[in-house]
Design a protein around this ligand. Structure first.
Ligand code: PDD
Length: 278
């Protein structure tokens, strides 16, 4: 695989980042995941915009202009022959003597790599639906910044696996925030319900696209918090993310949602999203 590190395209074995990198020592960095479908990047401008915002919130700057970033994405997709898959991008504050305070003159690190995911659009889980458990949301308070601080979501995923499930929905003050690496939705009285934007959740690029398509298709959308009990009694549940698109959720904490099979709203939104992304 060819990867990108600070201006160079290299075989992955030759790519190096300092042991003093603040991404490694402090999780002082942000990332983006952009999906590739049939060789085409999905929603690149949205991801670039969110990257700029995450960096800004942490007093970091865009390492290269957006046009150059797009070129790097395209070059990696080409070099690695990615049909379906994703491009991962990470920017950290770079290497500096270990100190909690930011360095005065940071030299940021930027790394990109690809992951091939053949058949991304026909994931078997889209037909079976996924099972989730609920866990307390113990992440920090600025979840709108896409930092590489992913240990708690990782633990949540392991708790889900241990329970024989696929993912965990995190709950704060009695209401669902989001999944470990996705935004959460239910369908109630025909309306699509998902938590409103704020510092409690990541502002999903897929979320924005899916809500736009839903409104264009005259579907009702309510942006408000919901509880696990409400979700268990909902007609449908689903998640969205760059890598999963729209994925139905059929079970929450052992309770079937609706008929316990992927529902029509999630299936339709998934179809529209994939259609629009091709
Ligand atoms: N995860 N919420 C969280 C906590 C996430 O980590 C993600 C993305 C999302 C969905 O955002 P988007 O639609 O922009 O992908 C919501 C990525 C895919 C990941 O960590 O792999």
């Amino acid at each position: 695989r060819t990867v990108y590190v600070n201006g160079d395209y290299l075989p992955e074995e030759e790519a190096k980042v300092s042991v003093f990198d603040r991404g490694f020592l402090f999780a002082d960095g942000v990332y983006e995941v952009t999906s590739v479908l049939g060789g085409k990047l999905i929603d690149f401008p949205g991801h670039a915009r969110r990257l700029a915002r995450s960096l800004g919130e942490l007093d970091m700057k865009m390492p290269v202009p957006e046009d150059d970033l797009l070129e790097i994405h395209r070059e990696l997709v080409r070099a690695n022959g990615i049909g379906d898959g994703l491009v991962y991008l990470q920017v950290t504050r770079g290497a500096a003597d270990r100190d909690f305070a930011y360095p005065e003159h940071p030299v940021q690190t930027m790394v990109l790599f690809t992951q091939a995911k053949p058949g991304l659009a026909d994931a078997p889980m889209a037909r079976s639906g996924m099972k989730v458990i609920s866990i307390e949301d113990q992440r920090w308070g600025r979840r709108d910044i896409k930092t590489v601080q992913l240990l708690y979501p990782s633990m949540g995923k392991m708790m889900a696996k241990a329970a024989g499930c696929d993912d965990a929905w995190m709950v704060e003050d009695g209401h669902v925030t989001e999944g470990t690496s996705n935004n959460a939705y239910i369908v109630k009285d025909g309306a699509i319900v998902t938590r409103q934007l704020g510092t409690e959740i990541l502002h999903g690029i897929t979320r924005a696209a899916v809500l736009r398509f839903a409104r264009e298709a005259q579907m009702k959308v309510e942006e408000r918090p919901f509880t696990i009990a409400e979700a268990q009694q909902a007609e449908e549940a689903f998640i969205t993310s760059a890598s999963a698109f729209v994925m139905p959720v059929v079970e929450i904490d052992g309770e079937k949602v609706g008929t316990g099979t992927p529902g029509p709203v999630a299936r339709r939104l998934r179809e529209i999203y994939i259609e629009e992304s091709r």
